[in-house]
Write a protein that binds this ligand. Structure first.
Ligand code: SF4
Ligand code: SF4
Length: 452
């Protein structure tokens, strides 16, 4: 364990000495002062576990925030590097015995960094590419056809074997490596605007499609609708809904996040639903934060609070209202399964029991628990693109821990984790299927066997 002094490595060129936070919502000194430097959070912090430096731990970053606030540490590239290495997984918030609100601190810090720190040109271009494409499903769809050709013609295999992209940029190579197989269903949104409940209606609920999920794993949305309707929900899916802003929010893109949040609130305005359900944990966590994100918006503040009050993770909702549909076994023999906790579900929304409760109701399911269940898989939004080395080590460890349980299936409730885990299973030549709990419940309700 390395515990080098944070200030020792922050020697910066003179030109950077004056750089600091501005006066618009710097990390709150009161929250900073609530850290008693006990270090309990260090062992649960994934960036600290991989990088091993104090400055890449929650305590070290809080020290840096304080220093920048006080003007004793510059907001230099060397400092920003340590803020960038944070996965935003919030494990430290769960661990901290003093209740330090690190989530609020890193959120304020990231917005400050984006406003006041000049990134290098390649970094800027990469971020611009991500933020101008990923949150817009229609723009992403434009890229799907050429990407599909790239996969099907064998060019992808050739490019990967030559390591061409890796030589240009490790981040671009990481982005390319994440690309899941592109299916025909990625080109359309087949789910109707309103799907009636089967049998007696118990609830009228709205559903978020997600921007990456609807393209790269659309079966999860179809399965979610099936499970909800089979359990007495009428499901409303506003056609105009776009990205919820989770991706931009986690990277400090303040104005873009607010714009996306307002648009999403508008798109659900006429839905007249009791709950807004989400099947991707990163999105769910951000939607629940809308009241905070738009708190200073004179027009949207109250609407955002009301909207956030209706948001539930779909598993949280179903465990709460109870399943009414009959469940059948997914195979003739007992099925061992390991549930992977996504950080924004476990640490961000404190949801861990509900998915397990639902999965255990499927006849024959035996749940296993992995080592380091609460440690991030390295996906963390676009972290696995921006910080590929740390993300790769975390992905490697996560897949090893999941497969070491001997389970024959991995259940994962977040699109980012699904992509990351699938990639590392492939890298380790492991063929364990990764399915969303909604897919498993859907199969179980419809009597589909896993071998079918
Ligand atoms: S953030 Fe919490 S756990 Fe970590 S050093 Fe500070 S007080 Fe201790
Ligand atoms: S959010 Fe995660 S990566 Fe960032 S400091 Fe906390 S535990 Fe470490």
């Amino acid at each position: 364990m390395t515990t080098d002094s944070p200030s020792a490595e922050l020697q910066t060129p003179n030109s950077e000495l004056l750089l600091s936070f501005d006066f618009r919502n710097p990390p709150d000194p009161k929250l900073i002062d609530s850290c008693v430097h006990c270090g309990f959070c260090l062992s649960t912090c994934p960036s600290y576990r991989v990088i091993g430096k104090e400055t890449d731990s929650p305590r070290g970053r809080i020290y840096l925030m304080d220093g920048v606030n006080e003007g004793t540490i510059p907001l230099s590239s060397a400092t920003v590097e340590h803020f960038d290495s944070c996965l935003g997984c919030l494990a430290c918030v769960t661990t901290c015995p003093s209740g330090v609100q690190y989530d609020k601190l890193i959120e304020a810090t990231r917005m400050q960094v984006e406003r006041n720190h000049g990134r290098s040109l390649p970094e800027k271009l990469l971020r611009q590419l991500i933020f101008s494409v990923f949150p817009y499903p229609n723009r992403l769809r434009l890229l799907l056809r050429p990407l599909g050709l790239y996969q099907k013609t064998g060019l992808q295999k050739l490019v990967r074997s030559l390591g061409v992209i890796q030589q240009i940029s490790p981040q671009l190579a990481a982005m390319e490596a994440m690309l899941p197989p592109i299916s025909a269903s990625a080109f359309q949104d087949p789910i109707p605007a309103v799907i009636p409940a089967q049998g007696k209606q118990r609830y009228r609920v709205g559903m978020l499609l997600g921007c990456v999920q609807r393209l790269f794993n659309p079966d999860v949305n179809t399965a979610t609708v099936n499970v909800l309707t089979a359990n007495g929900c009428e499901v409303v899916v506003p056609k105009l809904q776009g990205c919820c802003g989770a991706l931009t929010h986690h990277q400090g893109q303040e104005e873009q996040t607010k714009t996306l949040a307002r648009q999403l609130i508008d798109s659900f305005a006429a839905a007249n639903v009791e709950f807004i359900l989400v099947n991707a944990s990163g999105c769910g966590h951000t939607l629940k934060e809308y009241g905070h994100i738009l708190a200073n918006d004179p027009i949207y503040a109250n609407r955002a609070k009301e909207f956030a009050g209706k948001v539930r993770d779909v598993q949280e909702f179903l465990a709460d209202v109870g399943l009414t549909a009959k469940l059948s076994p997914l195979q003739d023999q007992p099925l061992t399964m390991v549930y992977q906790d996504a950080c924004h579900m476990l640490h961000g929304q404190k949801i861990s029991v509900q998915p397990r409760t639902l999965l255990k109701q499927i006849p024959g399911v035996q749940l296993r628990e992995p080592v380091d269940a609460a440690l991030c898989c390295g996906s963390a939004g676009v972290y696995n693109i921006l910080q590929p080395e740390v993300a790769a080590e975390l992905g490697r460890q996560k897949v090893q821990n999941l497969t070491n349980t001997g389970a024959s299936l991995i259940a994962s409730a977040n699109i980012g984790c699904f992509v990351q885990i699938s990639k590392h299973l492939e890298l380790q030549d492991k063929t364990v299927p990764v399915l969303h709990p909604m897919q498993l419940l859907d199969y179980s309700i419809r009597g589909v066997k896993l071998s079918d």
